[in-house]
Write a protein that binds this ligand. Structure first.
Ligand SMILES: Cc1cc2nc3c(=O)[nH]c(=O)nc-3n(C[C@H](O)[C@H](O)[C@H](O)COP(=O)(O)O)c2cc1C
Length: 189
């Protein structure tokens, strides 16, 4: 076994909007990735609403692409907005599609969560729900540190820079922990 191969992470952001704080947080995670880690970001913007009748005809191309990206990744990084105390419909819908058999690609996957929200709790409730789905999907999320960026509108500047040093360090640490976790439990060449 060798750790020489770079780890491939896949970022999945649950907000589609321009100027998304969660996308900014994901970009900061990418910028602060540890050595030996490469990160691609999934495009979930064109995934249709889940429909079992459509699935019966085969996965739509956007879903197939996401499933392949998840399968190929050593680890996943979720940027999780909070909508009405839960994860966004966009994120849940993408997870629902990707999770369908055969060979549901989330199983055994190391993953980490970060989240930014307008409220004080910084997406804690949404992240809790995402973790619940991760249990069913047999994923292996790292637990610490929690990256909860509360009152996000006051923590990012117009250029997308995270001005809160504590949050920046948490993101750096969660990426480092995910790399270590992925090397420990993940698939290796
Ligand atoms: C439908 C909807 C529901 C929301 N519910 C919550 C919520 O439960 N808790 C919270 O802190 N913020 C909530 N917000 C505010 C979001 O945290 C805020 O819009 C945030 O910027 C969304 O993430 P984004 O910047 O990545 O798009 C909600 C926003 C929307 C659009």
């Amino acid at each position: 076994m060798s750790d020489a191969r770079p780890l491939q992470f896949l970022g999945i952001c649950g907000s589609l909007r321009q100027g998304s704080f969660n996308r900014m947080a994901l970009d900061i995670a990418i910028a602060q990735r540890p050595p030996g880690v490469e990160v691609a970001v999934a495009d979930i913007s064109q995934i249709p609403l889940y429909d079992e009748d459509v699935r019966a005809q085969g996965f739509p191309p956007t879903v197939e692409t996401l499933r392949q990206q998840i399968k190929a990744a050593d680890a996943l990084v979720f940027a999780c907005p909070e909508y009405n105390y839960s994860m966004s419909g966009v994120l849940k819908n993408a997870i629902d599609w990707a999770s369908r058999p055969p060979d549901q690609p989330f199983a055994g996957k190391p993953c980490a969560i970060l989240g930014a929200a307008a409220g004080m709790a910084g997406s804690a409730r949404a992240q809790g729900d995402l973790r619940r789905s991760m249990v069913f999907l047999d994923m292996h999320p790292i637990n610490k540190p929690e990256v909860l960026i509360g009152q996000a509108q006051s923590k990012f500047d117009a250029g997308g820079n995270l001005t809160d040093e504590v949050a920046r360090n948490l993101i750096r640490d969660v990426m480092a922990n995910l790399a270590a976790w992925a090397r420990l439990i993940g698939k290796r060449v």
